[in-house]
Design a binder for this molecule. Sequence first.
Ligand SMILES: [Zn+2]
Length: 286
Amino acid sequence: MHEHALRKELVRYSHLVYERNLLVSMDGNLSVRLASGLFLCTRAGCHKGFVTEDDLVVVDRKGALVRGHGRPTSELLMHIACYEERPDVNAILHTHPPYAIAFTLADRSLERLVLPEVVLTLGTVPTIPYETTGTQALADALRPYVRTRDVVMMDRHGAVALGKDLHEAFCKLETLEHTARIVLAANSLGGVKELPADESVRLRSMGLKRYGGPPQSVAMADAPRADLPKLSFEPSDAPYPEPAALLPRVSGDEHLLGQSDAVRALARALVRDHAPLRAPARAPEA
Ligand SMILES: [Zn+2]
């Protein structure tokens, strides 16, 4: 695609990531690889919801400004590291999707195998350990992960999504955040059922052959676990708390001694109204 058309697309997807709540304020940055080998990207310090073509800059392979007004973002180092690792990738979106970031804050893995469509198209999403934003250390930390993954989470920070074009990268980013929301909703209803291991491997193998993915992953399509990490098949690292654990633990009203009648009535109503959300009683083990 010619630069003229890519500029219009980059503006459109910048607006879209803001409208879809995948970032706010001056967060994030988007880039595409140009046929010349240079990169077109959003400049530092611009609001993605209001980006115009004037907010786009062209940079070289070291991140130095070639054309355009404004400063290239310090987070460009991440983009360049990803392009270097993945010659098949032409577009990168870096955003701060709130639900997916919440998973990293709570130390909840996004590498669990739960939704068939996601296993098919994305595999799993690793979270890389915390590094300071805009540093070479963060860019280098991403490298090994993006060789086999199109979407990576950075602890306490945000997501990086790679695609052969902007549309593909956007779809993957959207899928990540959508999954985080679904898992959170399921968890609030009592817990998350994982896919059986053999079905996960079958789906992933099928997905890599049908939809492609990182070349290193596609090469693993027929491996015993396809490209899925071993930890996805291990017992969940941090079991999700049951909703009952979040409710006041009361047997009677002892904890309300000294409170007014109105407060006691309110507390009783709260517990009663939340009762249907409590996890079902488990049958005693034989
Ligand atoms: Zn960021």
